[in-house]
Ligand binder design. Structure first.
Ligand code: RP5
Length: 160
C-alpha cells in the first residue's frame, strides 16, 4: 500500500515545526511518511526521492526548510506532483528569507507556499488532505465534518 503524503525537511532541527503538519493528517486518517532530505547537503537523495515520488504512489509532497530554502522549489522542479512549502523560522531572519525564496518561484514550476512556522506546517497538512479529498469521497466527508466541528467550536458570544 503506497503512502500518499511525504513530508520532507532540510534538517532534523526543522522537525518541531514540521511535526505540526502531521496533526491534521492524523485527525483525518491520511497516511504520511517524514524524512530529512536536504537540497544542499543531500542533493542526490533529493533527486532520487523527488523523481521516484509518482511511481511510489505519493500524491502530495510537503517540504519544510529554513534559510535560502530551495528544497521545495528543487523538489517541484523534479516531479509533477503538487509540492507544498513550509518556511521554517531558522536563523536571524526568522523565516522571512525562507518565505520569500519559496513564494518567489519563477514562472513554470509551481510551489504552494504556506505561512511561516507552525501555522504554515499545520495548514500544509490540511492542504494535502484537501488535495487528496478531491479523489477520495470518504476523506471529503471527513474533511467537511472536521470543518463543521471547527466552526461549531467558535462560540457565538458578546465580548465586553
Ligand atoms: C536548512 O537550514 C534547514 O532546513 C534548517 O531550517 C536550517 C538549519 O539547519 P541545521 O543547521 O539546523 O541543520 O537547510
Amino acid at each position: 500500500m503506497s503512502i500518499p503524503v511525504n513530508i520532507i525537511m532540510g534538517s532534523r532541527s526543522d522537525w518541531p515545526i514540521m511535526e505540526r503538519a502531521t496533526a491534521p493528517l492524523t485527525e483525518l486518517g491520511v497516511e504520511f511518511e517524514c524524512k530529512v532530505v536536504s537540497a544542499h547537503r543531500t542533493p542526490e537523495r533529493l533527486l532520487e526521492f523527488a523523481k521516484s515520488a509518482p511511481e511510489r504512489g505519493v500524491k502530495v509532497l510537503i517540504a519544510g526548510a529554513g534559510g535560502a530554502a530551495h528544497l521545495a522549489g528543487m523538489a517541484a522542479a523534479m516531479t509533477w506532483i503538487p509540492v507544498i512549502a513550509v518556511p521554517i523560522p531558522a536563523g536571524r531572519l526568522q523565516g522571512v528569507d525562507s518565505l520569500l525564496s519559496m513564494v518567489q518561484m519563477p514562472k513554470g514550476v509551481a510551489v504552494s507556499t504556506q505561512a511561516i512556522g507552525e501555522p504554515g506546517a499545520y495548514n500544509a497538512g490540511l492542504m494535502a488532505a484537501q488535495i487528496l479529498a478531491l479523489t477520495d469521497p470518504q476523506l471529503a466527508e471527513r474533511l467537511q465534518e472536521w470543518r463543521q466541528q471547527q466552526t461549531d467550536s467558535v462560540p457565538w458570544e458578546v465580548i465586553d
